[in-house]
Design a protein around this ligand. Structure first.
Ligand SMILES: O=C(O)CCC(=O)C(=O)O
Ligand SMILES: [Fe+2]
Length: 348
């Protein structure tokens, strides 16, 4: 069990006194009541192999050589069909944006917990900051993380007022362009154009999430992020060098080897439904780590709530639904059962 010291960062004040600057959310204190109902099954005992995700060099998409561009498209379509997950290099986003975002992310999470929880630190909605899992009824429903869940609607301000705001704005517009390229290719693989998705997933309906996974005293029992699929069209994740992300393939869990030079792309539930099950929204999770903190950033391509998700392939695997309905159903299931049911609720 972790000592109180694990939740605290001791900083010597300029006046010589030692002040305690506690930036970690009070996960231990809040969820201690769940510690004595340890699950009979510990995921630490699972044998998990590392997997080599398909690695796609995105410069191929812009190649003048038609064959090369076509091969790159087929690789993306193949990876979304077989894995639902892939890594990309040469995506055109500069290292300097990643470095500046990382610096701002670190600065934000190093603020004292009470400030993060009670003050609007950046120009985003006040409920952007989240930690733990308020609905968790047992340890394996708990996620050992803190995050800023940022609706990008709130970034379209005429005057940038903070460094965090500027870099998030710059980063999300780079992500949005990258997502458009991937959506065009994936839509082409279905014999359609990507315009429907792009028209409904404007930047202001998308989300950026900054995650920090603090060291966890019960890594075998508590996840960094519980197993889930993403409720969007597509997610682009930028992770650091600390291992943790795992995905399920063929009924087994695999660890994604961290490579800070690549971005991870995964298909979300909406693309699975829209592609009539061709592209796979694969279950994934983040393992917690007893010693090291881990950071990641995820960009979620979401449509407006009114957007109708429907495949034009017959017979349709899923009934027609709006994103708003889907979201409400997911929230209700999590509130009532602690778990997301997801697309299984919308079978035709
Ligand atoms: O932190 C990660 O690597 C993955 C995050 C993730 O799956 C999510 O935010 O939905
Ligand atoms: Fe996810």
């Amino acid at each position: 069990m972790g000592s109180k010291g694990e939740e605290q960062h001791i900083k010597a004040g300029t006046d010589g006194r030692t002040s305690v600057m506690d930036f970690n959310p009070p996960l231990i204190a809040t969820y201690q009541r769940l510690f004595h109902c340890l699950p009979t099954y510990s995921h630490a005992a699972e044998a998990v192999e590392e997997c080599d995700l398909p690695l796609i060099d995105l410069s191929g998409l812009l190649s003048r050589c038609e064959l090369e561009a076509e091969q790159c498209k087929q690789d993306i379509i193949g990876a979304a069909t077989e894995w639902g997950f892939f890594q990309i290099v040469n995506h055109g986003i500069s290292n300097s944006i990643f470095a500046r975002l990382r610096a701002e992310q670190l600065k934000l999470f190093r603020q004292p917990f009470h400030k993060k929880a009670n003050e609007k630190l950046i120009e985003f909605s006040s409920d952007s900051y989240r930690w733990g899992t308020p609905t968790a009824a047992c340890l394996n429903q708990l996620s050992w993380l803190e995050s800023y869940h940022i609706p990008l609607s709130s970034t379209s301000k005429p005057q940038p007022t903070s460094a965090s705001w500027c870099v998030i704005e710059e980063f999300s517009s780079a992500m949005s362009q990258l997502a458009d390229q991937l959506i065009d290719t994936l839509a082409e693989g279905l014999g359609c154009e990507g315009t429907y998705i792009k028209e409904n997933c404007k930047r202001n309906t998308c989300y950026l999430r900054l995650n920090r996974y603090p060291p966890c005293p019960l890594p075998g029992e508590v996840f960094g992020l519980v197993p889930h699929t993403d409720s969007d069209f597509l997610t682009i994740v930028c992770q650091d060098k600390v291992t943790g992300l795992q995905l399920k393939k063929g009924g087994r869990w695999f660890t994604v080897k961290p490579n800070p030079n690549t971005l991870i792309v995964n298909v979300g539930d909406l693309f699975q439904a829209w592609s009539n099950g061709l592209y796979k929204s694969v279950e994934h999770r983040v393992m917690s780590n007893p010693h090291e903190e881990r950071f990641s950033v995820a960009y979620f391509v979401c449509p407006s709530n009114e957007t109708i998700i429907q495949s034009n392939v017959q017979p349709a695997v899923y009934g027609k639904f709006s994103f708003g309905e889907y979201r409400r159903q997911v929230q209700q299931d999590v509130r009532l059962t602690g778990q997301k049911v997801g697309l299984a609720r919308f079978l035709a």
